[in-house]
Structure formats: structure tokens, C-alpha cells
Design a protein around this ligand. Structure first.
Ligand code: ADP
Length: 517
């Protein structure tokens, strides 16, 4: 798939074939650790989306009629193929969006394969309810409460064609999770990955060609949000939409989709609090806080613990230990297995993070540590004397940074930065901690570090978030439902409950007393 230049071209995957955009236009994909273009992806528009939806609609009747155990078997073969190519896929992802190998190879790809297997195991567990409405003696049949009554049952059915819009921060993991859920439930899919990082998903489509999957079952179309994304949202052949991304874009998507009354699942942003109480195991809390905002995707994660609420009695002790921990985080080439933290995924996001650093200072926040960006940040965590590849000087680096303020109303405390920039906020009492934690429009996740069992349960009850972690942070698992409260989303993914998002309910009424006696 190479062009005459050194760039790699990745094509759309439609109806079982790799195709460029009909327009012949391409978008460039930049390696964020060097700032150089390394690949091209199709700049697709509504015509390509229409091809993909047509292919998916064509594939739907047979896939829906495929026995669930057969669907599960095909999904398991897909999972095996993912595992067999995990090194290669992880390397593409690390190059394309800068996520470190520790995460892509160590988690996303093998975890994605497990996620597919988990969803495969749910394919034949979809059951409905029976509701027996007894008859009313003497009533005529046909009306409510007829003499013989009725037997009612519910059936869960696939929607049809599911449109899945994926962001750039963890494309492969999301692709495996979402697509396997939709397929297990009997839908066919059209995926619109993010234009900034979709090479890994397009590369992963090669697996489908060797698996003998029906053409059109899975289609992937790259392109920008306004062009390919909106075409998918608007397409009348798409009956279910699943969007993961920012709250602002999610709001636009659901408004558009609502015009056609489509069912829409949203997984959106967050400004998650990570609360450190003074009686907590502070060493564990330091590791958990750093994992939540620095090494976890360089803070480019919807569940990033971006507000660190620290009890005032241990504020200085904790932030000193966090500074020492952050200083040892190795920032650098995401494809080096020793690297802990990679770059920001693309130039636009790099500018946004730098903008928030400047804004924070203008708003009066203080820098407790970090703050350097670009090549100046690159040496963070490297042992003294380590030579840095000169090519990395053009990368989008931001070092682990901790700002502090007492005002949770600042924009840096309310808006999603999506980078390795945390804000430390002191609090005095437990009640104050929860009040600050909940003082946000978001409600995706929250963490609390405590040795008190009672306090842990109080925190779980008090924190307004779809996920609450106690003495851990940023753990996700395909078996555990995950979704947002407030403006962080409207539907859970993962777990048995998550599969339900790919199914629509039908109620059947069978009136008795009309058949042969
Ligand atoms: P970011 O996290 O950079 O803010 P978005 O939430 O805007 O990203 O993007 C997440 C996904 O939504 C990407 O695949 C993007 O292309 C897509 N997208 C962006 N704008 C729209 C839109 N108006 N309609 C549909 N999809 C969109």
C-alpha cells in the first residue's frame, strides 16, 4: 500500500475491499513524536459514507439471521487474528498517535482481543422477559383483560446499521470494543475514526480479509468530522449511532441525529477529581494520581484525573512526592519500550494544551512543577547524559505538569485540557472535597484515596460520576459497565449492560382465545 514517496497510504475498507476516497483526496497523518507526515488516509465525504452504509445494509439481513453461536465463533477468530498481529498493530498506533508501546502493546491490543472474546461470549445470552397478563373472567376476547388473557414477551433485536464515531486518543481499543459489541448483537457497522489518528484501524481491517467475514459487515471510512462524520450522522440508512469524543461535538451529533430520531449513545469528556485524604497510603496515591493524568495516555484520556484534590494537612508532602515521581517519568519515543509517556497526538491538540498552560497562568494559577513544552520538555525523566534522537525535536512534547489554585471556578478547573496538566486544589474537610469534586458539568469518573472503609463508601455515594475508583485510578475492564453522568454521556459501554446499547426492544402480545381449542 505504499506510494512512490516514502509515505504509507491507508485506504477505506468498504464492502470487504480497500478503496481510496471517491474524490481521490487524501489527508496527511503526522507522526507526533517528530512532527513529520508519515502516512495518508482518504479524505472521504458523503459519497464514500453512502457506499459504506449501502454495503452494511446489504450485509445486515444475513448477519442478523446468523445463529448467535456462529457469530461468536467468527468474533473469536477475529480476536485470535488480532493477537497474532498485536505487535504490528500496536506499532502503527504508537507511531500514529504517540501512545506508548507500554499502553498499545501492553494493554490496548491484547485487551482489545479479550474485549472481542468477551462480547463474543455474550452473543447467545441475549434474552427477553415474559409477562403473563391473566384474563378477566367474562370479558370478551380482544379487549384489554380479555377472557383468556394474553402472553406477552420482549425480544431484543439488533438495530440494523450502526454508525460508530471514534476519537483519536485510543483508536484501536475503542474499535475492538465497539465493533465487537455491535456485531455480537447482530448489527453491521460503519466506523468513522478520527482523521488525526486512524491508520491503526485501517491497518487492522486487513485481518477481516483473511477471516472470511461477509463483505460489508464492518466498513471503515476515514475523513473529517464535518465531511464524513456528519454524513454518517445524517444518513437515513443508519439506525443507531455511537459517538465517543468531546462533549461539544457530542452535543452537535445528538442534535443532528435527533432530527431523524436516531438512537444515540454518547461517551463524552470529563474533568475528573482524584481526591487524596490525609490518612491515605500516600505512596499508592502518588502512583495512582500520576497514572491518572501523566502516564495514562499523556493525559489524553477522557477519564484523566485532571483535578487533584488534596487534604490541606498533606498538601505539601503529597505534591513534593508527586514532583519526585513525575521527574522520573520518561518522556520520549513512544515506540521505545522503556518510554513512559509519549507526545501530544497532533499539532492542534498540542496548541490547545499550550494555550491552557498560558491561560492557567493568566488566571492566577501557580506552577508547582513542569510546564515546559516542545524540545525543552523532551529530556524530562531521561537519565543524565541520555542522547535524544534529533528527529524528536519537532515532536509535540509536554512534560508532566502540576498547577495549583484554590479556585475551582477557573477555566483550567472546569474545561477539559486533554494533556498531562493537572490542577492541585487543597481542601480542609471531607464535605468540602465532595463539594469541589462535584462542582463541574462533567460526571465521568472520580477517585478517592483513603484507608477508611466508611469514608470509601461515603465517597462512592457522594461523587457524581459514572465510575468511582477507591485506592486505584483509571482501571477499565470489558466486563464492567462504563459511562458518564451529567454532561459526560448518556449510555454505558462494556459489560452485559453495554451490549444492551446495541439492541432495541420489541414487545410481543399474543392474545389467547382465538386459536384452535
Ligand atoms: P476532540 O476530542 O479532538 O475534540 P471530537 O470530539 O471533535 O474530537 O472528535 C471525535 C470524533 O468525532 C472524530 O472522529 C471526529 O472526526 C468526529 N467529529 C468531529 N466533528 C463531527 C461532527 N460535526 N459530526 C460528526 N462527527 C464529528
Amino acid at each position: 500500500m505504499s506510494t512512490p514517496s516514502a509515505l504509507t497510504d491507508y485506504c477505506n475498507f468498504i464492502a470487504g475491499e480497500f478503496r481510496p476516497a471517491r474524490s481521490g483526496e487524501w489527508l496527511e497523518s503526522v507522526d507526533p513524536s517528530t512532527g513529520r507526515v508519515w502516512a495518508r488516509v482518504p479524505a472521504s465525504d458523503a459519497t464514500d459514507i453512502d457506499d459504506a452504509v449501502t454495503a452494511a445494509r446489504h450485509a445486515f439481513p444475513d448477519w442478523r439471521a446468523t445463529p448467535p453461536l456462529r457469530r461468536a465463533a467468527l468474533l473469536r477468530r477475529w480476536a485470535d487474528a488480532v493477537l497474532a498481529r498485536s505487535g504490528e498493530l500496536a506499532a502503527v498506533e504508537s507511531r500514529d498517535n504517540g501512545r506508548v508501546l507500554k499502553e498499545t502493546q501492553g494493554g490496548d491490543v491484547p485487551g482489545g482481543a479479550m474485549n472481542i472474546q468477551y462480547n463474543a461470549s455474550l452473543a447467545d445470552k441475549v434474552t427477553g422477559d415474559t409477562i403473563h397478563l391473566g384474563g378477566v373472567p367474562g370479558s370478551p376476547p380482544g379487549g384489554a383483560g380479555g377472557a383468556a388473557g394474553s402472553v406477552n414477551f420482549t425480544v431484543y433485536e439488533p438495530y440494523g446499521v450502526a454508525g460508530i464515531i471514534i476519537p483519536w486518543n485510543a483508536p484501536l481499543a475503542m474499535f475492538f470494543a465497539k465493533v465487537s459489541g455491535a456485531l455480537a448483537a447482530g448489527n453491521t457497522v460503519v466506523v468513522k475514526p478520527a482523521e488525526q489518528a486512524c491508520c491503526s484501524i485501517l491497518a487492522a481491517c486487513e485481518l477481516f480479509t483473511s477471516l472470511d467475514l461477509p463483505p460489508g459487515l464492518v466498513n471503515v471510512v476515514s475523513g473529517t468530522g464535518p465531511s464524513a462524520g456528519e454524513a454518517l450522522v445524517d444518513h437515513p440508512g443508519v439506525t443507531k449511532l455511537d459517538f465517543t469524543g468531546s462533549t461539544a461535538t457530542g452535543r452537535r451529533v445528538i442534535q443532528r441525529a435527533s432530527a431523524n430520531l436516531k438512537n444515540v449513545s454518547l461517551e463524552l469528556g470529563g474533568k475528573s477529581p482524584n481526591i487524596v485524604f490525609d490518612e491515605a497510603d500516600l505512596d499508592a496515591a502518588v502512583t495512582g494520581v500520576a497514572g491518572g493524568i501523566y502516564t495514562g495516555g499523556a493525559g489524553q484520556s477522557c477519564v484523566a484525573g485532571s483535578r487533584v484534590l488534596i487534604q490541606d494537612t498533606v498538601f505539601d508532602t503529597f505534591t513534593d512526592r508527586l514532583r519526585a515521581h513525575a521527574a522520573a517519568i520518561r518522556l520520549g519515543d513512544p515506540r521505545d519500550p522503556a518510554t513512559d509517556m509519549g507526545p501530544i497526538a497532533f499539532a492542534g491538540q498540542f496548541d490547545k494544551v499550550r494555550g491552557y498552560l498560558e491561560l492557567g497562568l493568566r488566571e492566577g494559577a501557580k506552577v508547582l512543577f513542569g510546564g515546559r513544552t516542545g524540545a525543552d520538555a523532551l529530556h524530562a525523566g531521561a537519565p543524565p547524559g541520555t542522547a535524544t534522537d534529533p528527529a524528536l525535536a519537532g515532536g509535540y512534547w509536554v512534560e508532566p505538569t502540576l498547577l495549583t489554585t484554590t479556585d475551582n471556578g477557573l477555566r483550567i478547573c472546569q474545561e477539559e485540557i486533554f494533556g498531562p496538566v493537572a490542577v492541585a486544589i487543597p481542601f480542609a474537610t471531607e464535605e468540602e472535597a465532595y463539594a469541589i469534586a462535584n462542582d463541574t458539568d462533567y460526571g465521568l469518573a472520580a477517585g478517592a484515596w483513603t484507608r477508611s472503609l466508611d469514608r470509601a463508601h461515603r465517597a462512592i455515594a457522594a461523587l457524581q460520576a459514572g465510575t468511582v475508583w477507591i485506592n486505584t485510578y483509571r482501571r477499565l475492564h470489558w466486563a464492567v459497565p462504563f459511562g458518564g453522568h451529567k454532561q459526560s454521556g448518556n449510555a454505558p459501554s462494556n459489560g452485559v449492560r453495554g451490549l444492551g446499547e446495541w439492541l432495541t426492544l420489541k414487545a410481543a402480545w399474543v392474545e389467547l382465545g382465538h386459536g384452535d381449542s
